[in-house]
Design a protein around this ligand. Structure first.
Ligand code: ZN
Length: 313
């Protein structure tokens, strides 16, 4: 029963999108019949406050371990290799990523238009992925693949997902299909993945491919047991972990608190990574807080590839 409810939640969320012109819907919509059902749902739906709340609930289930994890993130694990920290003399730098893009054009466009180099994390095989990536790139914004991975809550991660029971051949073919779906790409972060990121062999397969393609990795850290940083380090893939989730709660006070925590992390460590989602409240908050941030707070928002010490390909 729980699984059914979760499935319905995922299906409703996958269908949450505001109207887009027919021309914006590319061939990715024509999914084969054996794709998960949510991949074949109509994407033309109004964006509503209910949809935003539903997404928050979905995230809460997927990230059931967040509270414990948040405490650990306050004091990053000594054993996890972290690149790009500690740049004495430089203004503290904050990287901001908006996840789960690709279903909804107008919200994606608002991310591109934010008055700071915010990174777009776009889901593969979604209606607006190619168009958003192209427009973001033209505007000088960083685009990364938001790579769907198996989670521990049996939620469907959506089209292109990587699962623990895939053999290496299927795993790599699925990964390559995602990486080739749209571009240009500078890096990858994980969508869900509270199960898959804990599996070292699969993280090794992933990092092998990213090294090959000269892409960086941002670990969204949906599990405290994530192996991604260890695998990235071993394969020479530039990487950073997520420090703070911006919008676990959508009230103005909670958004401000999370943002302030990210600023504090940046001041403490030199850099910090903040991840949010395309909720109306999140976008409105960023539109309001980003102008003049550098002068006001002494923290600069920088593109993710700059944060991981790399240039766009
Ligand atoms: Zn996601």
């Amino acid at each position: 029963m729980k699984r059914m409810v979760l499935g319905l939640l995922a299906i409703q969320l996958a269908a949450c999108s505001d109207p887009v012109p027919e021309s914006a819907i590319d061939e990715h919509i024509a999914e084969p019949a054996n794709e998960p059902v949510e991949a074949r749902l109509p994407i033309v739906r109004p964006a509503t406050p209910e949809a935003d709340l539903l997404r928050v609930e979905w995230m809460r289930i997927e990230h059931a371990g967040w509270e414990t994890l948040a405490q650990q993130v306050e004091q990053p694990l000594q054993s996890v290799p972290v690149a790009g920290r500690e740049r004495p003399g430089e203004m503290p730098a904050l990287g901001i990523i908006i996840d789960d893009l690709g279903h909804n054009y107008s919200r994606g466009r608002r991310v591109i238009d934010l008055p700071a180099p915010v990174t777009l994390a776009i889901l593969p095989h979604t209606a607006i992925a190619a168009r958003l990536a192209k427009e973001a790139s033209a505007a000088g914004r960083t685009v990364i693949l938001h790579l769907p991975m198996q989670n521990g809550a049996n939620l469907s991660p959506g089209p292109g997902a990587l699962f623990a029971d895939m053999n290496r051949e299927t795993f790599t073919a699925t990964l390559q299909g995602n990486l080739d779906d749209f571009g240009p790409l500078s890096g990858v972060n994980n969508h869900m993945g509270s199960l898959l990121t804990t599996l070292r062999p699969q993280m090794d397969w992933l990092m092998d491919e990213l090294r090959e393609r000269d892409l960086f990795f941002v670990d969204s850290r949906t599990s405290a047991q994530t192996q991604a940083a260890f695998a990235a380090q071993e394969h020479g893939v530039p990487h950073l972990p997520r420090d703070v989730f911006l919008d676990n709660e959508l009230t103005p006070g909670a958004l401000q608190n999370a943002f302030d925590r990210a600023l504090a992390e940046a001041r403490k460590n030199g850099v910090a990574v903040l991840i949010g989602h395309p909720h109306e409240q999140t976008l409105a908050f960023l539109e309001q807080v980003l102008p003049g941030l550098e002068q006001r707070e002494g923290v600069r928002v920088v593109a993710m590839e700059e944060l991981v010490g790399r240039n766009r390909r």
